[in-house]
Design a protein around this ligand. Structure first.
Ligand SMILES: [Zn+2]
Length: 47
């Protein structure tokens, strides 16, 4: 299974892994993650 980038639509936390977290560890929102591509992830993380 390949890994992907996900970001929280509420607080814009970026997660990298096989699956997005069920609950965002930063803002505690459930099902807030959306899959994004690597370029978008870099932008969100400020690279
Ligand atoms: Zn969040």
């Amino acid at each position: 299974m390949s890994k992907s980038f996900y970001f929280c639509t509420v607080c814009e936390d970026v997660h990298y892994g096989g699956n997005p977290p069920e609950e965002c560890p930063t803002c505690m929102t459930k099902d807030a993650y959306e899959e994004i591509d690597e370029e978008e992830a870099k932008e969100k993380m400020g690279f």
